[in-house]
Design a protein around this ligand. Structure first.
Ligand code: PLP
Length: 415
């Protein structure tokens, strides 16, 4: 059997895949099994902040693999202590404790469990637990049961036999302060949001909305849960994504979740909980996962974050990202109607009606991402009408120009 036949026969068909087979990567470049080269501006969907096979990452994996790959959380793991310190001091910059897991959905699941505990410990006036979590239209929090129903998109949770209200989820229009205020009841225990929504097309929270959410949390004793799975570690130009919306320490979440970039492609997720009553909600035996924070995972996480900090990749992402955005905004008569850019987290909103005239029924984003791929540029569709760029944070100006050139030529051919 060929690999194509094996994939079709043995691998679950839950992904709509483009028919290319990447086998090797270096920096911002990837090669497929036929030797064709691609510029990778998809970055494994925001997973590769320092590019493919960066020497620091390869060295960290190799060294740790030769020393100790895994040991149980029954014991103390040095890498967890070091990585947690970095996350607290360099990313959140507020005292708290970190729990390590393996993915974004799992990190969010942990934050949701924190909220459930908080609702039980700080119940309603009648003594019954508060159990509602507010999340927002356009959100994406992952595919486990809890994270899936925190996601306010029916295409994610439809067909699984439950309704959002069964799990205590309440959906509110994103960035609508009045609607958020109106949704608060004595049953609500938390507000959960992505500072910049990735899957729905690089849609930022407004500073006003984030401040309102924080004020409502303070007023009604709710937890402010920030899902930073896609927007953190320099992706949006700051170590903490929310600081690209409200700078400094004004926003003080109760919990923050991470995954994707933290492990440079090695599965690693984490959440941080504020010191005091929030961090003490999950004591011994209340939560855990076998692989979470293994020595190998933590070595990769440390190498990734240290490289981002040492090479000042936040500043680089901001500068190169804003050059890309200005150049595209200057293209006349292009198929791009709006550019939303935070560091190297960039969403190009497409003129979907024009593209879909010739797209054989495909959504504009899927169609264009396919054409870009044919031309050697990997990007990620976000919703039906946005193309996302998530290149390594250390791309060169020359690589950015090559990507821009490919996109301009492909769109000219389509137009
Ligand atoms: N949260 C956000 C904001 C995401 O973008 C994603 C994945 O795209 C997730 C959670 C889920 O992460 P994972 O796929 O690692 O479970």
């Amino acid at each position: 059997m060929t690999s194509d036949q094996k994939l079709a026969t043995y691998v679950l068909g839950n992904y709509g895949r483009y028919p290319i087979w990447p086998v090797r990567g270096e920096g911002a470049r990837v090669w497929d099994r036929d030797g064709k080269e691609y510029l990778d501006f998809a970055g494994g969907v925001a997973v590769c902040p320092v590019g493919h096979c960066h020497p620091n990452i390869v060295q960290a994996i190799t060294r740790q693999a030769q020393t100790l790959i895994h040991v149980s959380n029954w014991y103390c793991i040095e890498g967890q202590a070091d990585l947690a310190e970095l996350l607290v001091t360099e990313v959140v910059r507020q005292p708290g404790k970190v729990f390590f897991c393996n993915s974004g959905a799992e990190a969010n699941e942990g934050m949701l469990k924190l909220a459930r505990r908080y609702g039980a410990q700080k119940p309603k006036a009648d003594g019954s637990p508060r159990r509602k979590v507010i999340s927002f239209t356009g959100s994406f929090h992952g595919r486990t049961l809890g994270a899936m129903f925190a996601t306010a998109q029916e295409k994610i949770w439809g067909g699984f036999g439950l309704r959002p209200e069964d799990l205590g989820n309440v959906y509110v229009p994103f960035n609508d302060c009045a609607a958020l205020e109106a949704a608060i009841s004595d049953d609500v225990v938390a507000i959960m949001l992505e500072p910049i929504q990735g899957e729905s097309g690089v849609n930022p929270v407004t500073a006003e909305f984030l401040r309102t959410a924080q004020a409502l949390c303070r007023k009604h004793d709710l937890l402010l849960l920030l899902d930073e799975v896609q927007c953190s570690f320099g992706r949006a130009g700051e170590m903490a994504g929310w600081r690209s919306i409200v700078p400094g320490n004004e926003i003080q979440p109760h919990a923050v979740s991470w995954a994707k970039a933290i492990g440079s492609g090695y599965p690693l997720g984490a959440f941080w909980a504020r010191d005091g009553e929030v961090a003490s909600l999950l004591g011994p035996g209340s939560h855990g996962t076998t692989y979470g924070g293994s020595p190998l995972a933590c070595a990769v996480g440390l190498a990734t974050i240290r490289t981002i900090l040492a090479d000042d990749l936040c500043a680089h992402a901001k500068s190169i990202g804003s050059d890309i955005a200005s150049e595209v905004r200057g293209w006349h008569g292009s198929l791009i109607t709006t550019v939303r850019q935070f560091g190297l987290f960039i969403g190009f909103e497409l003129d979907a009606a024009k593209i879909e005239k010739n797209s054989n029924g495909k959504a504009a984003s899927i169609y264009l991402a396919g054409k870009l791929l044919d031309a050697g540029l990997m990007t990620v569709p976000a919703g039906p009408s946005v193309i996302r760029w998530l290149p390594p944070l250390n791309i060169s100006r020359e690589e950015a120009q090559r990507g821009l050139g490919i996109m301009r030529d492909v769109m000219a051919a389509i137009a």
